[in-house]
Ligand binder design. Sequence first.
Ligand code: R5P
Length: 264
Amino acid sequence: MDWGMKNRMSRIFKEDGRTVMLAVDHGYFLGAVSRMENPRRTIEPLIPYVDSLMITRGVLRNCIDAKHNIPIVLRVSGGNSILDEDLSNEGITVSIQDALRLNVSAVALSIYVGAPHEHQTLINLTRFIDQAQECGIPVLAVTAVGKELEKRNAKYLSLSCRIAAELGAHIVKTYYCEDFHQVVESCPVPLVIAGGPKMKSEHDVLEIAYNAIAQGAKGVDMGRNIWQSHWPVAMISAIRSIVHEGASVVKATHLFESLKDKKR
Ligand code: R5P
């Protein structure tokens, strides 16, 4: 790995080799999703607690002050909306030049293994990797499932993550699932987990984060389960304690409870 690539990876993955990424890129196909109607208001208070932001260029340019020294993981795929039945019909939405102009630490693209546009999304990934590699920019592949949330099992995710890594992704973002260790074992690059749709209990989110890290994930890249919580700062702090301090679910839950009324 060249110095530039290593340097960008080390901005995202901290000295312990782990990362707490905040995913705020949902609007690229969901529009003004609940609690993200005003991105600046939702994202700004969380910046001090996260290691990087996964974001679109539109929200980055318009809603995040350039003074923040926060590593950016820029979403560069899209081209559909929640109104489409098939969400897999994605193309590349950002040039490598614009990603460089935005001083990103990594770029992110979705792949849709087993979906109608599987081939197109895998070729999107490889084409962008070729360009990003030239510039020393790591590429994060998201193993997207669209509306088929039931696909999230070890057999499918393992297939999807391995394909992403084989094609050259430097980081893979996937979902936590039963037997998650199988997904980790068969993926030779760092894995981070998404949170998925908002869960009823914060405790369940902390449990997933804990189990994922215990089974080898290198971090989390969660969105809705953080910023759709009534207590986003308490949530991200509790997640941080699991990822970077090795806190148990009980300890992280105590931290969450102790912070939730202090920091809204
Ligand atoms: C898809 O909308 C995006 O790639 C999100 O970044 C990803 O789904 C993670 O966010 P969440 O934890 O809300 O699932």
